[in-house]
Ligand binder design. Structure first.
Ligand code: SAM
Length: 441
């Protein structure tokens, strides 16, 4: 076995060049150079570790894991290989071995802050949040000057819904590195979560000065200054649903008694009993509308901003294809008279303003086609569109009905639902709107 060495010998230089090729995506020449390095130094653990990077870059997780294991076999106890293998195993749900490796790496290299960051990441990716926080807290004590560890801890604490604790760490980083974007975003998010609007407005001001054209910052700036943005930026949607995707069905349908996709599927089948129709499912999420519909004699096209939600929907094999785009863009980019039906279950609560939605839905539908969607209810004594503290929009039913009528829909039915699903142990009221495009213009 030969251990890694810091002197820039020819092999080190060659490996550096190979890394450069991998980073530049030049995988073929990288593989050739790596073969040559392997022949030159078959027992040097650094060679398979670079091989691991190459396999990773090529999307070959199994090959990367094998290469990391080989590196560790050649250099047992090498903390770099322990962390790299740990990270790979954590991604493959082999958390126990991953965390063991991270522990060994920490014990072997207690003064290396990079190993500390790697170990925290291993625990985090393994889903062992308590271990990740414990290591991050230890890291903050041992490496108080390393902002990266403190920021990692703050991020973990936010994810664990401990915004006050997270805020304290963000404040330390802010006092040392003012104007750091991630820190300011963290401080804003903590202030929002703790309901401290003055602080939130202050951090939003600082962020807007730093990132004046950022749609997300503009959204939070408007909100914290008492204005109501008329839609949610795509970044807000994807950040919620990419994280939520794997638990969505279980949590919402079983836990919160979410029925809307079934109601929409029933409403569709009542209008198309022969199952002959093409459906555009806007904000398809994990594909529950398709699941409740089952096979139809036509295509179901799913549109969603969240890649992770689409991945879940694709597993059912019911949708013909997916588009990862904004609902509004999907509608604008679809030719006229294209679908017999459009569904939109629990999505307009994120889209907000229906003015750009309704006329385009009418245009995209074939004559006689149906647009079926759900909304959360805003009271008739409230504004037409209300942004709730939940960060979702509620719509006034009479205003939705008017917008549908004015756009040219007929046969409009608004069905009031005392419970769309549960929220905070209370039924969340809403309504289902069904509207038909007239048969003749
Ligand atoms: C609460 S889920 C509902 C999913 C599915 N319709 C159902 O009922 O199970 C909301 C979905 O709408 C998507 N979404 C929200 N706003 C969107 C937008 N502007 N464009 C595309 N998708 C959006 C989210 O990513 C998420 O998958």
């Amino acid at each position: 076995m030969s251990s890694p060495t810091p002197t820039p010998d020819p092999l080190t230089l060659a490996l550096q060049q190979i890394r450069g090729l991998i980073e530049a995506g030049q995988l073929q020449p990288a593989a050739q150079a790596l073969n040559a390095a392997q022949k030159q130094a078959p027992l040097d653990a650094r060679v398979p570790l670079v091989g691991m990077r190459l396999a990773q870059r090529a999307g070959n997780l199994a090959g990367a894991t094998q290469a990391a294991r080989r590196a560790l076999a050649l250099a047992p106890g090498w903390h770099v290989a322990q962390i790299e293998l740990g990270l790979l195993l954590a991604q493959q749900k082999q958390g126990e071995e991953a965390v063991q490796l991270a522990m060994q790496a920490l014990a072997g290299a207690p003064k290396d802050s990079q190993v500390m960051v790697g170990a925290i990441n291993v625990a985090h990716l393994s889903g062992q949040s308590d271990q990740a926080v414990a290591w991050a807290e230890d890291g903050v004590r041992r490496f108080p000057e390393v902002a990266g560890i403190r920021l990692f801890l703050a991020r973990l604490l936010v994810a664990l819904d401990r915004p006050k604790d997270a805020q304290a760490h963000y404040e330390v980083v802010h006092s040392r590195v003012p104007g750091h974007e991630e820190t300011l975003r963290g401080l804003l998010s903590c202030a929002v979560r703790t309901g401290d609007n003055d602080k939130a407005a202050h951090w939003a001001d600082e962020l807007l000065a730093l990132k004046p054209n950022d749609a997300l910052v503009q959204y939070w700036h408007a909100l914290t200054h008492g204005q109501m943005p008329t839609t949610q930026p795509p970044e807000v949607v994807t950040s919620i649903f990419d994280d939520y995707a794997t638990n969505f069905d279980l949590h919402l349908v079983r836990g919160l008694k979410y029925q809307t996709p079934k109601l929409i599927a029933d409403a569709l089948l009542a209008r198309f009993p022969d199952r002959k129709f093409n459906l555009l499912d806007l904000g398809c999420g994990t594909g529950l509308v398709g699941v409740y519909l089952g096979r139809i004699d036509g295509h179901i096209i799913g549109v969603d901003l969240s890649e992770k939600m689409i991945e879940q929907a694709a597993r059912h094999g019911i949708y013909s294809r997916f588009h990862r785009v904004n609902v509004l863009d999907a509608l604008r980019e679809t030719p006229a008279d294209h679908y017999e039906a459009i569904s939109c279950a629990d999505v307009l609560v994120y889209v907000g303003d229906l003015a750009p939605v309704i006329p385009n839905a009418l245009r995209v539908l074939k004559p006689g086609g149906h647009f079926i969607f759900s909304c959360e209810t805003a009271g008739e004594d409230e504004a037409d569109l209300v942004l709730r503290p939940s960060q979702r929009y509620a719509h006034k039913a009479s205003s939705v009905e008017r917008q549908l009528r004015e756009a040219g829909f007929d046969d409009i039915v608004i069905e009031h639902l005392p419970m769309l699903r549960m929220e905070n142990n209370q039924p969340l009221p809403g309504f289902l709107a069904v509207a038909r495009k007239p048969l003749t213009a």
